[in-house]
Design a protein around this ligand. Structure first.
Ligand SMILES: NC(=O)c1ccc[n+]([C@@H]2O[C@H](COP(=O)([O-])OP(=O)(O)OC[C@H]3O[C@@H](n4cnc5c(N)ncnc54)[C@H](O)[C@@H]3O)[C@@H](O)[C@H]2O)c1
Ligand SMILES: [Zn+2]
Ligand SMILES: [Zn+2]
Length: 362
């Protein structure tokens, strides 16, 4: 029988989110019902709330979550009731042209639950990134629930579901950061700091953190930044050149989502270096004004990173192991834990730069 739970809903662009009754159907074929234990507040939730992702209001927000599988529908074999899972928005199909070419991390036809969760009056909800986990329970495609070691704290493990995985993968998968690399990370929120931590784990030679907020730069050092640049006080391109002996960084990671920052990342790079774009722009933003001769003349690669090119089934268990071994400090991303009612205020704290991640605990 369908269940009624509480969930955080965005009803129109720019309006404060509210806690509403959400009707969650029983899992059908290929679906799993998950009791959410924790869900982080990601900047992408705020993008949804602002209407920057699509106009499919009302949205059921939340997508960085961990929880326990409560029930599964017919035909589900990958997870079972009682499993501790991290939710993902890349349940690969195995059949699209990208999967068939052996590149499932780009899967163009990822699975979501077929049945809609609704408001009490029957209005269908659009779950953020096909998840919708600022709710006591959520319905997902079974492939969106990745089983991990239950020794991990849900508040920490859930963060792998989006921002931390995206930042980590932006560095090691998309940017292919390795031992000899000098890396610059623009934007030191949850995503950027995960890119910094990943660069340290990969053995990068120098890790330069760039932000406009001094507090964020302090935190970035705790994740492994070897140098910091306050872009509100100095030109990050000049400063990165200075710090790299006039050469520029081998890998520049844009984790803000703004054209002027992409432009800085482009020019802060050494010849033949890589720019990774993991920050999400809004539809009104143009590509930065860059002479084509600079694009050609500087060589290298410009690489957008969707979800850090991750494969949840491969990467989540690995990162949970690193966390449990004390090698990847997921706890450090958790600035505070809040109830469902705290999400709107958490957006403001995020905008004021007071938190890395507020995490809803249920
Ligand atoms: N590509 C993906 O798959 C993916 C996944 C998750 C999140 N994201 C995106 O990544 C971006 C970062 O997410 P987050 O949760 O870390 O956000 P956040 O708001 O916590 O962090 C953004 C950081 O950028 C800094 N910043 C703002 N303007 C800047 C500037 N001009 N120069 C340098 N730094 C600046 C802010 O001070 C803040 O520390 C967002 O756009 C988010 O939507 C992308
Ligand atoms: Zn596919
Ligand atoms: Zn996210």
């Amino acid at each position: 029988m369908a269940q009624r739970v509480r969930g955080v809903v965005a009803t129109e662009a720019g309006a404060p989110v509210t806690v509403e009754t959400v009707v969650v159907p029983d899992p059908g074929p290929g679906e799993a019902l998950v009791r959410v234990q924790a869900c982080g507040v990601c900047h992408t939730d705020l993008h949804y709330r602002e209407g920057g992702i699509s106009d499919d209001f009302p949205f059921l927000l939340g997508h960085e979550a961990a929880g326990v599988v409560e029930a599964v529908g017919p035909g589900v074999t990958g997870v079972a009731p009682g499993d501790f899972v991290v939710l993902n928005w890349r349940a690969v199909c195995g059949e699209c042209r990208s999967c068939r070419r052996g590149r499932p991390w780009y899967c163009f036809s990822t699975h979501n639950a077929r049945q809609a969760m609704t408001l009490a009056d029957g209005t269908p909800l659009s779950p953020a990134l096909g998840i919708g986990a600022f709710a006591e329970k959520t319905l997902v495609a079974a492939g969106q629930a990745t089983k991990v070691d239950p020794a991990a704290r849900p508040e920490a493990a859930g963060l792998l579901g989006c921002g931390v995985m995206a930042g980590f993968g932006a560095a090691v998968h998309t940017g292919q950061v390795g031992r000899d690399d000098r890396v610059a990370v623009f934007g030191c929120g949850g995503v950027g700091d995960a890119a910094i931590a990943a660069s340290r784990l990969a053995g990068a030679r120098q890790i330069i953190a760039v932000d406009v907020d001094a507090r964020k730069l302090e935190w970035a050092k705790e994740f492994g930044a070897t140098h910091t640049v306050d872009a509100s006080r100095e030109d990050p391109v000049e400063r990165i050149r200075e710090l790299t002996g006039g050469e520029g960084a081998d890998v520049c990671i844009e984790a803000v989502g703004r054209p002027e920052v992409l432009k800085q990342a482009f020019y802060a790079r050494d010849l033949a270096g890589t720019v990774v774009q993991v920050g999400v722009p809004t539809p009104d933003m143009p590509f930065p004004d860059i002479p084509m001769i600079d694009f050609f003349g500087r060589g290298g690669q410009l690489r957008p990173s969707w979800y850090g090119d991750c494969l949840p089934s491969r990467d989540f268990p690995t990162l949970v192991d690193l966390y449990l071994q004390g090698r990847f400090d997921l706890d450090r991303f958790v600035s505070e834990t809040i109830p469902l009612e705290g999400v709107e205020e958490a957006f403001h704290k995020m905008e004021r730069g007071e938190v890395l991640r507020s995490v809803v605990v249920l």
